[in-house]
Design a protein around this ligand. Structure first.
Ligand code: 3PG
Length: 216
C-alpha cells in the first residue's frame, strides 16, 4: 500500500520494534528477520552511535520497510536522522525543538508523554498520536484510560515494559494505535545474531495482533 502514511503502517503492524543497534552491520539482517515475520516497521534508536548510519543503510537496502528514528533528543539529531532517511521520529518525552524540526520538515513525530501537562503540550503543537512512556511503570492501561478521559482526541502508542504476556490487553484498548517494545529485538539476541529467534518472537507478536484485531 504505497499511499499508506507512516501512522497507517504503524497502526496496521500493531507492534513497533524499538531497536538499539550495537553495530551498523546488524541493521539489515535484523530488519529482514522482522519483515520475514510480517513486521515491516521499526524504530531505530539513537541510543547507540550506530543509529543514524543504520537508518541510512536500512532505507537503502530495504525500501519496503518503514524505518523511524527513536530516542531523538536534540534538534541536531532530528536533522541528522531525517537526512539519513528516517520516515518518522519518536521521542521519549515532549521535546519542543525536535518537534519543531519534524513539523518543519513534515515528518510524523510521536512524542513521549506521561502526564496531562505533557499531553497538553503535544496538543498545542498539533499532535494527537503520542507515545505513552514508560507505560508499565506509569500505570499501564489503567493510566491510559484515565488520561483518555480529558483527552478523547488522543491516541496512544504505549511502550515500556510490554511483552507477549500483556500485548493483547493493550491492543484491545481502542485508544491504542500500536505498541512499542524491544522484547523481540533484545541486546542479547542482536549480539548473538540470533535472527531465527527474532523472527519467531516477531511472528508470535504478529499472531497476537491478528488474534485481537482479526486477520487482515
Ligand atoms: C522505548 O523507548 O520505547 C522503550 O525502551 C521500549 O521499552 P521496552 O524495552 O521495555 O520494551
Amino acid at each position: 500500500m504505497p499511499d499508506a502514511t507512516p501512522l497507517d503502517r504503524i497502526h496496521r503492524a500493531g507492534v513497533l520494534p524499538v531497536i538499539a543497534l550495537p553495530r551498523v552491520e546488524v541493521a539489515v539482517p535484523l530488519l529482514e528477520a522482522l519483515a520475514a515475520a510480517g513486521l515491516d516497521c521499526a524504530e531505530i534508536t539513537l541510543r547507540t552511535a550506530a543509529g543514524v548510519d543504520a537508518i541510512r543503510r536500512a532505507r537503502k537496502a530495504l525500501p519496503g520497510v518503514l524505518v523511524g528514528a527513536g530516542t531523538v533528543l536534540t534538534a541536531a539529531q532530528a536533522e541528522e536522522a531525517l537526512d539519513a532517511g528516517a520516515q518518522f521520529v519518536v521521542t521519549p518525552g515532549f521535546m519542543p525543538r525536535v518537534t519543531a524540526v519534524c513539523l518543519e520538515r513534515q515528518v510524523p513525530i510521536f512524542p513521549g508523554v506521561m502526564t496531562p501537562t505533557e499531553i497538553g503540550m503535544a496538543l498545542d503543537a498539533g499532535l494527537t498520536n503520542l507515545k505513552f512512556f514508560p507505560s508499565e511503570a506509569a500505570g499501564g492501561i489503567a493510566t491510559l484510560r484515565a488520561l483518555s478521559g480529558p483527552f478523547p482526541q488522543v491516541r496512544f502508542m504505549p511502550s515500556g515494559g510490554i511483552s507477549p504476556e500483556n500485548l493483547a490487553s493493550y491492543l484491545r484498548e481502542p485508544i491504542v494505535v500500536s505498541v512499542g517494545g524491544s522484547w523481540m529485538v533484545t541486546k542479547e539476541l542482536i549480539e548473538a545474531a540470533d535472527w531465527a529467534t527474532v523472527r519467531a518472537l516477531a511472528a508470535r507478536a504478529v499472531e497476537i495482533v491478528r488474534g485481537v484485531r482479526g486477520a487482515s
